[in-house]
Ligand binder design. Sequence first.
Ligand code: ADP
Ligand code: GLC
Length: 486
Amino acid sequence: MRNFRILMVGTELAPLVSSGGLADVLAALPAALRELGADVRIVMPAFRQIPHHQRGPVIGSVSVFLNGREQVGAIREALSPPSGVPLYLIEHEGYYGREALYGSSAHEYHDNPERFAFFCHAVLQGIPMTGWKPDVVQCHDWHTAIIPLLLKTSLAEHPFWQGTRSLFTIHNIAFQGRYSADRYGMTGLDRALFDNGTLEYEGDFNLMKGAIQYADALNTVSPRYAREIQTIEYGCGLHGLLAERSASLYGILNGVDYRVWNPAADPELPARYDHTDVAGKALCKQALQQAMRLPARPDVPLMGIVSRLYWQKGIDLMLDALPALAEMGFQIAVLGAGDHALERRLEDCIPRFPGQVGVYLGYNAALSHLVFAGSDFFLMPSRYEPCGLTQMYALAYGSIPIVRRTGGLADTVVHATDRRIRNGTATGISFVPKTSGAIIRAAAQARDLFSSPETRAAIMNTGMRQRFSWERSAREYLKLYERITS
Ligand code: ADP
Ligand code: GLC
């Protein structure tokens, strides 16, 4: 295998800048690739969340003409903590010095196409200044979507970029970078790409549509999601185009960074445990109940949720199911933030089901560890789930996942049928219908399991021994780089 030079392009990086799983992936995958000998570097916008003392020196300046104005920025060279992977930052105070990464959930920033188009143009201008030429540029999600397009169009003859291939990684097909045509000027792209239909989508422009057509290869973050997005149900309008590229569309499952997600060595927990001895989990449950203002009862089943609170995650379905779950005796502990209507509905449940519903609204990494460790079950009724990391964290912490059988959830959780319980392969509970009724039926199975300590312990144990290693994912990415560069 060659020692590939890989440039990772994305907008989030844990622990510096994070809104969801993308940040975890951009932290762990480069480190795993590096351990296999690849020369990986990351480039991202210098968001306000990145402290100035961690930004490193300026190594060049970039200038891009967008929307009738020249925009000037800088490229800096730093190291990403804690892995030490080289990190280039594209700095532009006006675009990235704002409070939020993308705006609020209800109103994203109006100039997002401009903010991220600037980022892409600046990457392609700035990286040549480093003198380091990547074999593959791996672009994550719509914010980076014009890079594969530019490499094949306006930069096709550029001496530096000759021979560099692009991989476009889809973490969520619902966000495509689709905007009304009057904002097209913000992209700095050739008008012809809109007029000839390449980027045009029902009268709007759609940046992901361009990446799907022009990237040398595409991948999603689980095998099942790669198949799903080629169907009308999951493709969000792009299924036809994706199906046309199905020979170049791969599914590579994300992994878990077990240095961060390990109940045997987790500094956030009041007690440690592992699959050979789960005694410490009882203390974690007690601490979680305290943190969520729930009665500290070991004898009731506790269901945890750690999630962005959006339609994708089926939180509304859970809320519809909640009276029945409470009736069955569950305590429910929710850590999440997002949609204000869902946040309000969740808060309303606290007095309605006294002592049974605990809610923490906000992003709290330390508390998330306690939810995985302290809960008996972990609920994820997602309508779609490109991969999902939290069900894998739950497995590692002995919290039995209850998931809708879709995308990465279907690829990582083995539903407990009688046969699978007998042969020791079951790791969780899964269901198919996108309904509160299906959640209630799955919860009833969980309730029964809670009352059968031996079966429950066996399922927990199988779950805790699962290994979704980043090394395995990284090896698959290396094979894919090999395929597109040879
Ligand atoms: P998605 O990327 O769709 O949000 P994932 O399961 O891939 O879903 O990743 C979510 C990541 O964000 C996990 O690391 C999870 O622990 C974290 N997370 C989500 N919401 C919160 C929150 N409110 N507080 C702390 N961590 C959170
Ligand atoms: C997206 C998806 C999630 C996935 C994450 C990381 O946010 O919603 O399923 O795990 O990206 O790839």
